[in-house]
Ligand binder design. Structure first.
Ligand SMILES: [Fe+2]
Length: 182
């Protein structure tokens, strides 16, 4: 099928994040999200790539996420000071759960792993009476990875219909919620 002539991009696919300890982070991401390790490589295996890389997958894509590590780099964990000054780090990464029950299961898993929830559970909504007035129409909670990267775990995000109207996860159109750009 020919691609949409308005946009050659299919979707955002993966992100590579820098980690201070490959073994620790591979274990963390495997345990928390069920990632499988597709490939792991030492720095310099390919001349142009002087970082360690681990390619992780959830389903059958070769990778959905990449962990990188630079040998010899003097790493420190992200901290609150990074929100005030520093380089332009990403704010958070997000994982979508299969459904609401799966999202609740993830809360249990996080508890079992002894990971602190730094925000939420919260309903991101300006329309749901349970909502806190924030955006996206979904339910979320947030944790930190071993390097202090913020991770969001969510479910039930709204979609946007062809006419710009929000559609809740239950399939209901939220008539008062409409985006400008179609
Ligand atoms: Fe988010």
């Amino acid at each position: 099928m020919a691609h949409d002539p308005k946009n050659p991009i299919k979707l955002f696919h993966h992100m590579a994040i820098d980690v201070s300890d490959m073994d620790v982070s591979i274990k963390f991401y495997r345990q928390l999200f069920g990632y499988k390790l597709s490939e792991r490589h030492e720095a310099g295996e390919v001349e142009a790539i002087q970082v360690e890389l681990a390619f992780l997958r959830i389903q059958n894509n070769h990778h959905d996420m990449v962990l990188s590590h630079t040998p010899g780099k003097n790493y420190r964990a992200r901290n609150e000071q990074d929100d005030i000054e520093g380089t332009t780090l990403f704010h958070h990464l997000a994982w979508q759960c299969q459904d609401h029950d799966a999202w609740l299961e993830m809360q249990e898993r996080v508890k079992e792993m002894g990971i602190e929830v730094i925000r939420g559970p919260v309903v991101h909504s300006a329309y749901d009476p349970r909502g806190e007035g924030s955006w996206g129409e979904n339910e979320s909670f947030y944790v930190l990875d071993p390097d202090g990267h913020r991770l969001e775990i969510f479910c039930d995000m709204a979609t946007i219909d062809e006419d710009g109207t929000f559609v809740s996860y239950t399939g209901e159109r939220i008539e008062e919620a409409v985006v400008d750009e179609l």
